[in-house]
Ligand binder design. Structure first.
Ligand SMILES: Nc1ncnc2c1ncn2[C@@H]1O[C@H](COP(=O)(O)OP(=O)(O)OP(=O)(O)O)[C@@H](O)[C@H]1O
Ligand SMILES: [Mg+2]
Length: 421
């Protein structure tokens, strides 16, 4: 019972059923027939009058609806009612034999012995609930419960509708962390929540843009002092010292470049064009092999996606370089799965500690600076790759392989799937 809608429906159902049951109980108390004691007293009085009549004029008594017969009325005797009748007769000083019998399930008869030995038989209205009253009660309650269930489910789903719309909108978070605009309508509370979420989304967007502007500006502005430093470094006399300065400056340059690259990807609105993924991969492999990287291609199936060629090349190149450097050797394959194109890159390196796998796409994430000494980098390659892949509605995941190595999987909807969907 976790959903709010189900709880609301149950609450409504319980409330309706309780109200109906208690009001039915009160109604039955107010509207029920006369109490048995009261009824018996009246029956005793009627019997006494009719008996007096019958003893005088039997025909006249019979014309009043009673019977005079040598035997009491047939049918099983109701002991309890018979005792009550005798007591009621005694109260009006009539000490005669009297019984009440059930002639049929719905019909009672009171019999009073007359002084001549005959019996006066008088029909009585049934008292108490009808014999199949419980069936009526069960049917009545059943109808109430069915009706209440329908009303409760309808009411709960009506009340929950704006909340469900809100939930759907929040679930559709954009890759940049902002939300699609949520309609500000419905009940007051829902409207206020939608307004707050729209405001939050706008603030996140503004903050992301200003952060990107800051990173880009910093990367750009660093370039001038770095050029000056490189010039000065050239004049350092000690060869070893000079090459260390120049290497550090080159790394700084690369970090500034990557930072600007990430921002460029985040704000890029490249148009879509058909891209042959297998051809892109082949060209990256050729390019990296030319600079002696340990990269090879496996099966490259022919598949086309809708994306930007340059951006996809940049993303896959970053992943492949990681596999060739951090992962010692890289093998890349492209599979055409009909609806999807899947690029798989595997390596034979140390992989990434399981508890840090989720951080690998964060900007400036690097596992262990000591371990990376030999591979200078900014820690932005994966962030840039993810930015590009999600921009083209693809997915990127990484997982460790057994016994060692990392597997990077990138999947895009194939162009055919996009065309048919
Ligand atoms: N295939 C891999 N095997 C092991 N570790 C990896 C692999 N790929 C990435 N990593 C780890 O993830 C970190 C982040 O990778 P990312 O590509 O973002 O940055 P980088 O390679 O250090 O620098 P650059 O910005 O130049 O790419 C790396 O520093 C490395 O520690
Ligand atoms: Mg990298």
């Amino acid at each position: 019972m976790r959903s709010l809608g189900a709880r609301l429906a149950l609450l409504l159902l319980t409330a309706i059923v309780l109200v109906v049951i208690s009001s039915s109980f009160v109604a039955s108390l107010v509207m029920r027939g006369p109490l048995p004691d009261l009824m018996i007293d009246r029956t005793a009085q009627q019997l006494a009058i009719l008996a007096a009549f019958a003893e005088k004029d039997r025909v006249m008594a019979e014309s009043a609806g009673v019977t005079v017969a040598p035997m009491s009325a047939d049918g099983p005797i109701d002991e309890e009612l018979s005792q009550s009748l005798k007591k009621a007769l005694r109260r009006i000083s009539i000490m005669r034999e009297a019984i009440i019998t059930h002639r049929s399930p719905n019909e009672l008869a009171a019999s009073l012995k007359l002084s001549d030995g005959n019996w006066l038989i008088m029909p009585m209205p049934p008292h108490g609930p009808p014999p199949d009253g419980w069936k009526i009660l069960v049917g009545w309650l059943g109808l109430i419960i069915i009706g209440s269930v329908l009303v409760s489910i309808f009411a709960a789903s009506k009340i929950m509708k704006p909340l469900r719309l809100l939930e759907q909108a929040v679930a559709a978070v954009n890759p940049d962390g902002t939300l699609p605009h949520i309609p500000e309508s419905g009940p007051g509370e829902v409207r206020a929540t939608a307004q707050a979420l729209n405001g939050l989304s706008a603030r996140v967007k503004a903050a992301t843009e200003s952060r990107m502007r800051l990173v880009a500006a910093a990367g750009h502005d660093l370039r001038t002092p770095m050029t000056r430093m490189r010039l000065r470094a050239e004049f350092i006399k000690d060869d070893e010292e000079r090459s260390k300065w120049l290497a550090d400056l080159q790394e700084l340059d690369m970090i500034a470049d990557s930072a600007i690259g990430l921002v460029r990807e985040e704000i890029s609105k490249d148009g879509l064009q058909p891209v042959r993924l297998d051809e892109v991969v082949l060209s990256i492999v050729t390019e990296l092999r030319a600079i002696d990287m340990n990269v090879k291609s496996g099966d490259l199936e022919n598949v086309t996606i809708n994306a930007g060629t340059l951006a996809v090349t940049r993303a896959l190149r970053n992943l492949l370089i990681n596999a060739a450097t951090h992962g010692h050797s890289a093998t890349i394959t492209v599979s055409n799965l009909g609806n999807h194109a899947v690029v798989r890159i595997i390596d034979t390196g140390p992989g990434i500690p399981e508890d840090r796998l989720s951080q690998v796409f964060e900007p400036f994430f690097r596992i262990d600076i000591a371990r990376q000494k030999s591979f200078p980098g900014a820690g932005l390659g994966m962030a840039i790759a993810r930015e590009i892949v999600t921009r083209f509605a693809g997915e990127i995941t990484v997982r460790n392989r057994q016994p060692n190595g990392l597997e990077q999987i990138v999947s895009f909807k194939s162009a055919d799937a996009n065309a048919t969907s």
